[in-house]
Design a protein around this ligand. Structure first.
Ligand SMILES: NC(=O)c1ccc[n+]([C@@H]2O[C@H](COP(=O)([O-])OP(=O)(O)OC[C@H]3O[C@@H](n4cnc5c(N)ncnc54)[C@H](OP(=O)(O)O)[C@@H]3O)[C@@H](O)[C@H]2O)c1
Length: 285
């Protein structure tokens, strides 16, 4: 097999770190990575990096993922999540690279109680969701060789996340307070990285939903995190309202994965158990 040159933009984050761990040391890949040292919203910087390294595949894991920061600074959200995606799409087209653009379940408004597939219309209500959806549209318009991958409730090493917050709150306060009515599917960055590696070697293009199988509420997710860490006695109390500034019901249906038979995402509980066993085994720092 010939060597695949891969650029991971946002390599220090949750998904970027999982991809880096997956590919580094594998001689089938030549990796180049970037974070804020190559600000994706800067067309010249992003273009120059692409021209210099000439990747076969660009994986855009970079983004402003802090939903509160997106609400407070909408222009910053559009700059990074939309214009950044546009710049990588333009660079990818110029060097004939495949662009894998990572997006989110927050492109849906979450008002209904049915799982959402790739053929459902997006209708974002948060600034994070709106800016990510704008990024999707620009990628679609600007380069044919693209795959947009929407996922949900990502966790992994790299950034402080929900899993870390639950464990910290449990230790500090002796309880965790979370909504029972916010539903989606927790997805481990490692599991998503497995699908992204598969995508790199296919001729599949277009839009894919890729969340772990099954669904739960934020509170149920927290209970499972505590159980796997021997902290079952810590109560998870129902929050009076959704405190996460996120749409309520954004469970993704991975319909395109089923139709194409391309990949099977693991069940969310299995992926969460794997995450902790790998972490405890010291494979991740
Ligand atoms: N987290 C979720 O629950 C979730 C769910 C579904 C989809 N997604 C999407 O999946 C992708 C990866 O998410 P993640 O959770 O791995 O994100 P993350 O942990 O927040 O990582 C994002 C990375 O992008 C970098 N970055 C931020 N602004 C940048 C810029 N202007 N130029 C270059 N790099 C920049 C960050 O660097 P700094 O750390 O220095 O800011 C960080 O390393 C994102 O596109 C996100 O929208 C996330």
């Amino acid at each position: 097999m010939s060597i695949t040159r891969v650029w991971i933009a946002g390599a220090g984050g949750r998904l970027g770190s999982a991809l880096y761990h997956r590919f580094s040391g594998n001689t089938d890949y030549k990796l180049v990575t970037s974070d804020r040292d190559v600000p994706i919203e800067d067309a010249r910087e992003a273009g120059r990096f692409a021209d210099l390294n000439h990747p076969d595949v660009i994986i855009n894991c970079a983004g402003l993922t802090d939903v509160r920061a997106c609400e407070e600074k909408p222009e910053e959200a559009y700059k990074i999540n939309a214009i950044g995606a546009r710049n990588l799409a333009v660079a990818a087209r110029r060097i004939d690279a495949k662009l894998i653009q990572i997006s989110t379940d927050d492109v849906f408004d979450g008002d209904d109680d049915a799982a959402l597939c790739e053929f459902d219309d997006a209708h974002p209500t948060t600034m994070y969701g709106k800016s990510k959806y704008a990024g999707e549209k620009l990628v679609r318009e600007l380069t044919d060789k693209h795959v947009i991958v929407r996922s949900s409730w990502l966790y992994g090493v790299g950034s402080y996340d929900f899993v870390d917050r639950v464990l910290d709150n449990a230790k500090k306060d002796g309880k965790v307070v979370l909504p029972e009515d916010e539903i989606s599917s927790p997805t481990s960055a490692d599991a998503l990285a497995g699908f992204i590696e598969c995508l790199m070697h296919t001729r599949e293009f277009g839009l894919y939903h890729a969340s772990c199988d099954g669904s739960c509420s934020r509170a149920e997710w927290a209970r499972e995190i505590l159980r796997l860490n021997g902290m079952d006695s810590i109560p998870v109390i129902s929050a009076a309202e959704n405190t996460e500034l996120r749409p309520r019901f954004t469970l993704l249906d991975n319909m395109m994965l089923r139709i194409t038979g391309l990949y099977q995402m693991p069940d969310w509980k299995t992926a969460l158990a794997d995450y902790f066993s790998t972490k405890k085994g010291g494979a991740h720092k």
